[in-house]
Design a protein around this ligand. Structure first.
Ligand code: SAM
Length: 244
């Protein structure tokens, strides 16, 4: 299974990016009960929301947004003078991000990347912990990409203990279907365990507008002076509603 999010077939994700479709994208599970998950993908085309900006309140430079789509988070980081780069496997997404000079690379997270081992913050937004269908492998990859003391911020599913990997297709509002791709969904409680397994220490978690975020830190283990200067040592906070 080698497809990536929304690609192949009728390319509904591409249609969404090209504004040929406006509605939600539906993820339809094809290796099980046919369950459908509706995603408010049009949000990705807009400006960063209050929930998105809450993530940047916790971010230290340099920031890497994995699966950046059309780039709203990278753009918002740049607006705050936080050095940031988006990566995405979609040509259209990268072209849209970089159209106004916002830094983006067409690259898979599993390929060689700039600044390996030196990122201050890595973002996995909009369910992107599902990329590749193996969240633990992805979080371990993030661990290795981070600087000592750097943090990954992950958006989790609201269904606390959900931990599902499956084969999905994306379906556009006009019924167009992508090819199959592996994707995972992880709830905020299940994610805590996975972060620990990946060697990342939970620092804080919060929710805004019904979206859940967890921030976990790579410990300073290599005895080098590469620790991220602006990342603070926080006491783990419990989940609070609409707070940071
Ligand atoms: C659920 S969408 C999230 C969209 C995005 N965060 C936004 O703001 O538009 C998943 C994104 O991850 C990208 N993606 C999928 N597999 C990837 C990979 N291996 N490496 C980097 N990006 C990937 C997709 O092309 C898509 O843009």
């Amino acid at each position: 299974m080698s497809g990536t999010f929304g690609t192949g077939g009728d390319e509904p994700y591409r249609g969404l990016l090209g504004a040929e479709q406006s509605g939600p994208l539906v993820l339809r599970r094809i290796d099980g009960d046919g369950a459908e998950i509706s995603i408010d993908a049009a949000r990705w085309l807009g400006l960063a929301t209050a929930a998105d900006l809450s993530v940047l309140d916790h971010a230290a430079a340099p920031l890497l947004d994995i699966g950046c789509g059309p780039g709203r988070m990278v753009r918002a980081a740049a607006d705050r003078a936080v050095a940031a780069l988006g990566i995405d496997v979609s040509d259209d997404a990268v072209a849209m991000t970089s159209a106004d000079g916002t830094p983006a690379l067409r690259r898979s997270v599993f390929e060689r990347l700039p600044l390996e081992g030196a990122w201050g913050t890595i973002l996995l937004m909009d369910g992107n912990v599902g990329i590749g269908g193996d969240p633990l492998a992805l979080l371990q990859r993030c661990h290795d990409l981070l600087a000592d003391g750097g943090s990954v911020i992950v958006e989790a599913d609201a269904d606390a203990w959900l931990h599902e990997t499956a084969v999905f297709i994306a379906v556009g509002d006009d019924g167009s279907e992508s090819g199959p791709f592996p994707w995972a969904r992880v709830g905020h409680a299940a994610l805590r365990d996975l972060l620990g397994e990946a060697g990342l220490r939970l620092e804080s978690e919060w929710q805004v507008s019904g979206r859940y975020f967890l921030r976990a830190r790579r410990s300073i283990s290599r005895g080098s002076a590469r620790a991220t200067a602006t990342t603070t040592t926080a006491t783990p906070q419990t989940m609070t509603s609409d707070s940071r």
